[in-house]
Design a protein around this ligand. Structure first.
Ligand code: GLP
Length: 240
């Protein structure tokens, strides 16, 4: 794992957007898995600008969802679905056939997971997985203590995830479960980018770098990945 520390949120987002562009340049048929959340928002805005300005062809790029809140409709602005459409797919006019997201309202959630696993196999794996870090160290909705060999699965959300997750919603919402790609997908991704910024992530970044590698702090698993980069700003790094 490499660690890339930047002076501020804007610099780290520029760096991350350029990293994504280099994956697209190397493989115009790449499969990307892009996290939602506050952390990667500016990265996506810069990425969209660059793709449009540089006229980069993305018609063969496939996008798979990382996670979703069970029971939240995709029309809700707090859903991962809504976030990805608003910030990436709509501005880039991505063909719907290239977008593969969890249906969090499905009557058969286990089948949703099975379909996602089969799809990722059909796409021959994930070329780039960009993830954030939850305050408890979760990756997607792989919560502390979840199995390391999981593929897509239904996750029982940690109390801290439920509490922090309210920030994405304007209304009070009942969150209990999530659908998520598993840590086995994380390991298998050909490249992983993990991002964190701001003082509020300082403690979990320290644990990510220093705690024993274990699913008790899922983010520590990045240290075992063969081709991973942790992208953080100075505030999250704890440097003065
Ligand atoms: C959320 C999502 C993750 C995200 C993480 C960090 O709950 N499930 O995919 O990466 O927590 O979110 P944020 O970037 O808003 O801090």
């Amino acid at each position: 794992m490499n660690c890339s520390v930047h002076s501020d949120y804007h610099q780290m987002s520029e760096f991350a957007a350029n990293e994504i562009l280099s994956v697209l340049a190397a493989n115009p048929k790449a499969t990307l898995c892009l996290a939602t959340g506050d952390t990667p928002l500016l990265t996506y805005q810069l990425l969209v600008e660059k793709i449009i300005r540089q006229k980069i062809k993305i018609s063969q790029i496939h996008f798979v969802g990382l996670d979703e809140w069970v029971g939240v409709p995709h029309t809700n602005p707090g859903s991962c679905h809504y976030f990805l459409h608003k910030n990436i797919f709509t501005p880039l006019n991505v063909n719907l056939k290239n977008i593969h997201l969890f249906d969090a309202l499905s009557a058969n959630l286990a089948d949703e997971c099975k379909k996602m696993n089969e799809l990722i196999d059909r796409l021959q794996g994930i070329d780039l997985m960009l993830v954030g870090i939850g305050r408890n160290g979760h990756i997607g909705f792989n919560e502390p203590g979840d199995a390391e060999n999981n593929f897509a699965h239904i996750s029982q959300l940690d109390p801290l995830t439920i509490e922090v997750g309210q920030k994405y919603f304007t209304e009070t919402i009942h969150l209990q479960k999530g659908l998520t790609l598993g840590l086995a997908h994380f390991y298998a991704a050909r490249k992983v980018m993990m991002m964190a910024n701001g003082i509020k992530k300082k403690e979990i970044v320290k644990k990510t770098l220093e705690y024993p590698i274990s699913t008790q702090v899922p983010a520590t698993l990045i240290r075992k990945h063969q081709n991973a980069i942790l992208i953080i700003d100075k505030d999250a790094s704890g440097q003065e």
